[in-house]
Design a protein around this ligand. Structure first.
Ligand code: NAD
Ligand code: TYD
Length: 352
């Protein structure tokens, strides 16, 4: 048996696939369109692994997905594939509608058709796990309790609205057709292989290159940070033990304001790679125009996942961010390849 992982060459998908082979020998078929965010180099350590099969393709391609499901007798699908960056969704929402909503619809239909035709035992064991975000719940005030699974959906950006729509489709395919689905809604991830358009990797690399560290608005927006490997272990746990049709919030109880995050990473860089001119990395912090519709605070209550499925994160923000910075310092080749690609052109346009 095999699992099909979509979006496997992206940040979280690649961490998931790499971790999977540490835990299991079960085969993985990795499906990824290799958009600007997909990077096959993330999976290069698996090049000689006969249990890993990479296919370039679109989750919306029903013929391809149906063929993969049948050929590999897939027993579970983990859907990471998405357009994932809020700023890009503001500048051009079309791809977000196309992949996150229409693509998920086609994927659900391909999976439903395959699942309907398999034998009873296989049908009972089959899982479709949809990876989503806490951003679907909208924005919290300072004193609001953290998001629980019963919070209403109030998405504010084209990205979060498209993810919310995909979550609703997944829910409906369970209620209407009985498709055995699970959904996870996770807080902001950080860690190895994170594409440097997002706050943490962008600031690590800009700091090292002597460039400005752009803080939107007053920098007091709060995000709840989770080390990517902890997100991957949560997904494995939900895949194994989750109740069908349920959603699980995933988070590490690590709320931090953006400015604090950037100051922490600057101080770790001061220690690990002091600047030759003796100045501090913090001096590169630059306040820039705020993001339109910028959500003020996200916070995740992961009690359900912890109590019902016994999951716990291993890293605190302090241990995870140090590991992350060490990874970026140790992986110069990966960094150079990423920075010389499309990312560079796009960011130059944004911050010129
Ligand atoms: P990412 O942008 O790094 O990776 C997305 C991957 O999907 C890329 O490899 C891309 O090539 C691929 N892809 C895009 N469109 C595709 C299509 N039509 N068909 C096949 N592949 C396609 O994103 P990420 O940060 O790894 O996020 C993965 C998933 O987790 C997303 O669904 C995202 O909404 C969700 N999520 C992310 C975070 C986070 O902090 N990054 C937090 C919670 C949930
Ligand atoms: P980001 O990493 O884009 O994730 P998300 O928007 O999904 O939360 O941004 C994290 C936070 O950092 C968010 O509040 C926006 C802010 N931010 C900056 O202040 N400067 C930046 O250059 C970027 C990319 C983000």
């Amino acid at each position: 048996m095999t699992i099909l992982v979509t979006g496997a060459a992206g940040f979280i998908g690649s961490n998931f696939v790499l971790d999977w082979f540490v835990q299991s020998k079960e085969d993985i078929v990795s499906l990824d369109l290799l958009t600007y965010a997909g990077n096959l180099e993330n999976l290069s350590s698996l090049n000689a692994n006969p249990h890993h099969h990479f296919i370039k393709g679109n989750i919306g391609d029903r013929e391809l997905v149906s063929q993969l499901l049948q050929k590999h007798q897939v027993r579970a699908v983990v859907n990471f594939a998405a357009e994932s960056h809020v700023d890009r969704s503001i500048h051009g929402p079309g791809d977000f509608i196309e992949t996150n909503i229409v693509g998920t619809y086609h994927l659900l239909e391909s999976v439903r058709s395959y699942w309907s035709d398999i034998d009873e035992q296989h049908k009972k064991d089959f899982r479709f796990l949809h990876v989503s975000t806490d951003e679907v719940y909208g924005s919290l005030n300072k004193t609001d309790p953290a998001f629980s699974e019963t919070n209403p959906y109030e998405p504010n950006s084209p990205y979060s609205a498209s993810k919310a729509a995909s979550d609703h489709l997944v829910r409906a395919w369970h209620h209407t057709y009985g498709l055995p689905v699970l959904t996870t809604n996770c807080s902001n991830n950080y860690g190895p292989y994170h594409f440097p358009e997002k706050l943490i990797p962008l600031c690590i690399l800009n700091a090292l290159n002597g460039k400005p560290l752009p803080i939107y608005g007053d920098g007091q927006q709060v995000r709840d940070w989770l080390y990517v490997k902890d997100h991957c272990s949560a997904i494995r746990r939900v895949l194994d033990k989750g109740q069908l049709g349920e959603t699980y919030n995933v988070g590490g109880w690590n709320e931090k304001a953006n400015l604090e995050v950037v100051k922490i990473l600057c101080s770790i860089l001061d220690e690990l790679k002091p600047k030759s001119d003796g100045t501090k990395y913090e001096s590169q912090i630059t306040y820039v125009k705020d993001r339109p519709g910028h959500d003020r605070r996200y916070a995740i209550d992961a009690t359900k996942l912890e109590k019902e499925l016994g999951w716990k994160p291993e890293e605190t923000f302090e241990t995870g961010i140090r590991k992350t910075i060490e990874w970026y310092l140790a992986n110069e080749t990966w960094v150079n390849h990423v920075v010389s690609g499309d990312y560079k052109n796009w960011v130059q346009k944004q911050y010129a």
